[in-house]
Design a protein around this ligand. Structure first.
Ligand code: OAD
Length: 239
């Protein structure tokens, strides 16, 4: 079975009602990321940080997977589909995708401030100041903040090494090291970017660009990939 690796970003969840980060309606227009998404922010004003992520968790609870998330599940009928996501929502999982690696953490989880490997499922619950882990320290959102390591990078690079097709969906590729993954697939891999406003780096780097929103572009690309398997169309190098 050929492997499709997906690198997804906030754009894939935009049509589920979740705000992206950049752009005129983006979250970083309403907040300074330095105030809510850094270890320094947490040290200076943990209540503000918790409030920001409690709001994000409520938005995720109200959101449903869309046609793009669902199409990637269909793709599993004929491909080994490995999703690497920058998103902290769980819409890929709720759609039914079986392999999802979260680079930037998960909003529905909390992490101990004393021991980073101590993680708990929150479900839809808020985190409040004074909510302590079993070690007696404050729970924090299980989110990778700016300036912190991205522990899942090594696994992501390994997954990409075996990619036959790379789909880069709904990401501005502004945040490293995650963005570097768009350029890590082997030479032979077919590369497709799905984004109504694809980043310039992708246009320079031998990608086919589908300039459509995720709910239109992803099902379209998935149909093509499934058809290629059905037709054994080796000229497109997908199967
Ligand atoms: P951005 O907000 O930076 O970029 C969103 C991308 O989605 C842009 O390229 C848009 O053109 C595209 N887009 C918007 N609507 C779309 C739609 N309906 N269909 C498809 N694409 C659409 O989000 P990310 O690239 O995911 O990190 O941001 C990367 C990281 O920066 C995030 O994980 C987060 C953020 O700060 C942390 O918080 C650590």
């Amino acid at each position: 079975m050929k492997r499709v690796v997906v690198l997804s970003g906030a754009g894939i969840s935009a049509e589920s009602g979740l705000q992206t980060f950049r752009g005129t309606d983006g979250l970083w227009e309403g907040y300074r990321l330095e105030d809510v998404a850094t270890p320094q922010a947490w040290a200076a004003n943990p209540a503000l940080v918790l409030d920001f992520y409690n709001q994000r968790r409520r938005a995720v609870r109200a959101a449903e997977p869309n046609a793009a998330h669902r199409a990637l599940v269909e793709l599993e009928q004929a491909y080994d589909v490995q999703i690497i996501t920058q998103n902290v929502d769980d819409l890929h999982e709720r759609a039914g995708s079986t392999s999802v690696l979260h680079l930037h953490g998960q909003i529905r989880q909390a992490r101990s401030t004393r021991n980073a490997s101590l993680i708990t499922d929150l479900g839809d619950r808020d985190i409040q100041l004074g909510d302590h882990c079993p070690l007696g320290s404050q729970w924090r959102p299980h989110i990778v903040w700016f300036g912190e390591m991205v522990p899942a990078m090594e696994e992501a690079v390994e997954i990409l090494a075996d990619a036959d097709v790379l789909l880069v969906i709904g990401t501005s590729l502004q945040v490293y090291p995650a963005a570097s993954l768009a350029f890590e697939a082997p030479r032979r891999a077919r590369r497709i970017a799905i984004n109504p406003d694809a980043p310039r780096e992708v246009q320079r780097a031998d990608f086919e660009v589908v300039a459509a929103t995720a709910t239109i572009g992803v099902p379209e690309v998935v149909r093509t990939l499934l058809k290629a398997v059905a037709n054994h169309d080796c000229t497109r190098c997908t199967h």
